[in-house]
Design a protein around this ligand. Structure first.
Ligand SMILES: [Zn+2]
Length: 383
């Protein structure tokens, strides 16, 4: 290939790379689909124990996608424990720090990138910068709350994280900024990927190359300007993320076509993925995902809590019960029946006599356990 052909290949490669997200374990992407959104897990087999890739729609006019992490802390009236038994991804439970601290011993909570810092030390790593910021703010809030009111503060935080109406309001705020960004993204795609690429090979179009380059520059400047204004309005505290996204768009121009994804990616980081699914996904997708989330809360991967400390185990167990109550309540408020959603599966064939209550793999013997879920005992099918 000659230099011009290589240049076009690099342009398209940068664009495609921007359509692939690295997503850490413990997070999902609520990915834009044709007319709505779907839940996408990091692709198994492509990544490592820390995460994997999620592929977004390639079309420049597709809706934005959102990355959301599972709830990351076990909380009690007195302690913050950076461990949960949940594994929202089929690939398994994310690696966690297991740090624990008494709320009364916290004198400062902050975030630095994905790290949540407590008393200046890394307490745990969140799934994204925005999530780290929200958890640091929550720990800071608990620190400032009277002991008698900590339980109410935790319950309020869970209600907010599981509030589909709040998700819809946030997405409505985003939509106000997206119309122009998406339109300009489409124009930039045509100018850069079609017109400019063609100008390198077609002499008749090459005569207009300077004009095309000026139009590309004007379009890029306006996209970056609109992105900056929208980001300042939607996520005023995310300075580093804002600067990083703008630098990417300026240094790698095809990335500017995906400005709406830069804007949306961490917008819903403060919400539980199930609340986002309730707000955005079709009913069948929400029910399927709710089934996974509730079964995972009811039957966590074994061992449920790796800590030998009985207090740690009680904090994890009690908080998981509280989260389960909050999740089932949200599902019920979304006009769905949680008991109906988690009804037992039917045998795939008559020789299947038992299933794993968590992952629902089916077995030919009732004795034994599901190795994929760490040894959860099998449940026989009802006769
Ligand atoms: Zn299983």
């Amino acid at each position: 290939m000659n230099d011009q052909q290589w240049f076009v290949v690099v342009l398209y490669a940068i664009y495609v790379i921007e359509c692939i997200w690295w997503v850490p374990c413990g997070a999902v992407v609520i990915r834009a689909a044709w007319r709505s959104w779907r839940v996408a897990h990091p692709a198994p087999g492509l990544g490592n124990e820390h995460g994997s890739f999620v592929f977004l729609p390639l079309l420049p006019w597709s809706k934005p996608s959102f990355q959301c992490g599972q709830w990351a802390l076990s909380l009690s009236e007195t302690d913050v424990y950076a461990y949960v038994a949940q594994a929202i991804n089929p690939a398994g439970r994310p690696i966690q720090s297991g740090s624990k601290i008494a709320i009364q011993d916290v004198w400062e909570a902050a975030s630095r990138g994905r790290d949540v810092l407590v008393n200046g030390q890394v307490f745990f790593k969140a799934t994204c910068e925005a999530s780290a910021w929200h958890y640091a703010a929550l720990i800071e809030q608990l620190r400032r709350t009277q002991v008698a009111e900590v339980s109410a503060a935790i319950a309020a935080a869970l209600r907010h994280a599981l509030d589909p109406q709040a998700v819809q309001l946030r997405v409505a705020d985003l939509q106000k900024h997206l119309a122009w960004l998406r339109a300009e993204g489409c124009v930039l795609f045509f100018l850069m990927m079609v017109a400019f690429s063609a100008s390198l090979f077609v002499p008749a179009i090459a005569a207009y190359q300077l004009m095309i380059l000026i139009a590309i520059a004007a379009c890029m400047i306006d996209i970056v300007r609109r992105f900056y204004a929208a980001h300042c309005t939607l996520m005023p505290a995310a300075h580093l993320r804002r600067l990083g996204s703008m630098a990417t768009m300026i240094l790698m121009p095809p990335a500017a076509i995906r400005a709406s994804d830069f804007l949306g990616r961490q917008l819903l980081a403060e919400f539980h993925p199930l609340a986002v699914a309730a707000a955005l996904c079709p009913r069948d997708e929400f029910r399927r995902f709710a089934r996974e989330v509730i079964l995972d809360l009811l039957y966590p991967i074994m061992p449920i809590c790796p800590s030998k400390d009985e207090v740690d185990q009680i904090i994890e167990s009690d908080f998981r019960q509280q989260l389960l109550v909050s999740v089932t309540s949200m599902v019920r408020n979304s006009s769905e029946d949680p008991e109906g959603i988690i009804k037992p599966p039917q045998p795939d064939d008559p020789s299947c006599v038992a299933y794993c209550p968590r992952c629902e793999r089916q077995f030919y013997a009732t004795a034994g356990a599901c190795d994929e879920c760490g040894g959860i005992p099998l449940t026989p099918f009802a006769q």
